[in-house]
Write a protein that binds this ligand. Structure first.
Ligand code: HEM
Length: 141
């Protein structure tokens, strides 16, 4: 059975998707600020590699773990959903069938666990609750 990567149309289609995706992301004031310090060419290259790897294509992703890359940025679930919506729009624009778009977005949804910043629980006791949280999140890396 062909991989999702092949069904998408391989490298040229994926590059077109990522290109369109970042155009949407940079034009969205709610998320564009996160990318202000990033090198767009490098980011796009890594993103193509990443999608190629997870969708069954050949290019090996050589970047850091997604948890490490996005750590400390303060990304909320709302930011994450907006970015996925931009990806949905990019996939649709390039002509990917709806059923395949849904499949890709469903496959990426669990990445929120690595990308969305954990929210400190409301302190249950006044003494040291938040300090314990800081320690345990530091240990989890
Ligand atoms: C499914 C969703 C996402 C995926 C698959 C993803 C994937 C990636 C990948 C592969 C990189 C390149 C890593 C590297 O350079 O080694 C990256 C970088 C980055 N991502 Fe994401 N990302 C996602 C969601 C988000 C969201 C929601 C935001 C912010 C709203 C975000 C902000 C960034 C930024 C700012 C960088 C650049 C880091 C830097 O070069 O300093 N990402 N992402």
């Amino acid at each position: 059975m062909p991989s999702i990567y092949d069904r998408l149309g391989g490298a040229p289609a994926l590059t077109a998707v990522v290109d369109d995706f970042y155009r949407r992301v940079y034009a969205d004031p709610e998320v564009a600020g996160f990318f202000a310090g990033a090198d767009p060419d490098r980011l796009e290259r890594r993103q193509v590699e990443y999608f190629s790897t997870v969708l069954g294509g050949p290019a090996g992703y050589r970047g850091a773990s997604l948890r490490r890359v996005h750590q400390g940025m303060g990304i909320t679930r709302r930011h994450f959903d907006r970015v996925l919506r931009h990806l949905t729009a990019a996939l649709t624009t390039v002509g990917v069938p709806q059923e395949l778009v849904d499949h890709i977005i469903e496959a990426l949804d669990p990445l929120a666990d690595d990308i969305v910043a954990p929210r400190p629980p409301r302190a249950r006791s006044r003494r040291g609750g938040s300090r314990i949280w800081v320690w345990s999140s530091a240990l989890r890396g």
